[in-house]
Design a protein around this ligand. Structure first.
Ligand SMILES: C[S@@+](CC[C@H](N)C(=O)[O-])C[C@H]1O[C@@H](n2cnc3c(N)ncnc32)[C@H](O)[C@@H]1O
Length: 232
């Protein structure tokens, strides 16, 4: 996936309504973390840093760090005082007690990429540590997130077309951003991949501790699943 598409997403995320439901999602993570002992936490795909910022308020003495593939996201997180960097997971040399990936980051990786990701993450998380993440369910991807979305706040016009087929959710973004008296057009495409419990159950070096289906949007079926994996 090209970083440009992630940067487009970063520029328009505030128009998508995800910030309204994020506190509800984060509250599950806080609930889970309450029961775990940790001194250090790496948030992967930290985005604009809201989760890490809330975490820093609750756990001021811990070593908290975020990484994100989008430079635009990282700058936005840094502007909030969050310790975030635009590096890939495989360049992290430090080890952490816990890793998190909030709001779908794991869906951005296809199965092969995810296998590599878990292999790399196993080097970064200390034995006995945890990886906590959420993914969109099939209902979330195929029913809730599909269709057309248009928003215009004067400085930005965004159109998104999203489709789902055979476990792949595809979003095409068109953004017009105001630059002086002109509009700059950017287009990008982000794919999300459906993953299921059996995949997370057979990963070398990891033990599935819990899968928690949740209804973030209060619809008839669950739209996300939170997973807790232990590094073994
Ligand atoms: C839907 S956003 C969620 C952001 C943030 N975690 C939150 O809760 O608001 C997904 C984030 O994952 C980042 N991302 C996607 N793939 C990534 C990867 N392989 N490594 C690091 N970040 C990634 C994107 O740039 C984006 O910021």
């Amino acid at each position: 996936m090209k970083n440009e598409a992630l940067d487009i997403y970063a520029k328009i995320e505030d128009l998508l309504g995800v910030k309204d439901v994020a506190p509800k999602l984060y509250s599950y993570y806080f609930f889970i973390l309450e029961d775990l002992h940790f001194n250090s936490l790496l948030d992967i795909g930290c985005g604009s840093g809201d989760f890490l910022r809330s975490l820093a308020m609750q756990y001021p003495q811990r070593n908290l760090m975020g990484i994100d593939r989008s430079q635009v996201m990282v700058e936005s997180a840094q502007a909030k005082g969050v310790n975030a960097v635009n590096v890939e997971l495989d360049s992290i040399e430090e080890q952490f007690d816990i890793a998190t990936a909030t709001f779908d980051m794991v869906n951005y990786l296809n199965q092969d990429e995810l296998l590599d990701f878990f292999e790399t993450l196993a080097q970064v998380i200390l034995k006995g540590g945890y990886f906590i993440f959420d993914i969109n369910s099939e209902y979330g991807l195929s029913e809730l997130a599909v269709g057309s979305f248009i928003e215009d706040d004067g400085d930005r016009f965004i159109a998104i077309e999203s489709f789902y087929e055979d476990g792949i959710y595809d979003s095409e973004f068109t953004l017009f951003e105001k630059c002086d008296s002109l509009y700059k057009k950017s287009i990008g495409n982000i794919k999300q991949y459906l993953h299921n419990e059996s995949f997370f159950n057979q990963l070398d070096g990891w033990k599935l501790k819990k899968r928690l289906p949740i209804k973030l949007y209060d619809m008839q079926d669950y739209d996300k699943e939170i997973y807790i994996l232990e590094r073994v």
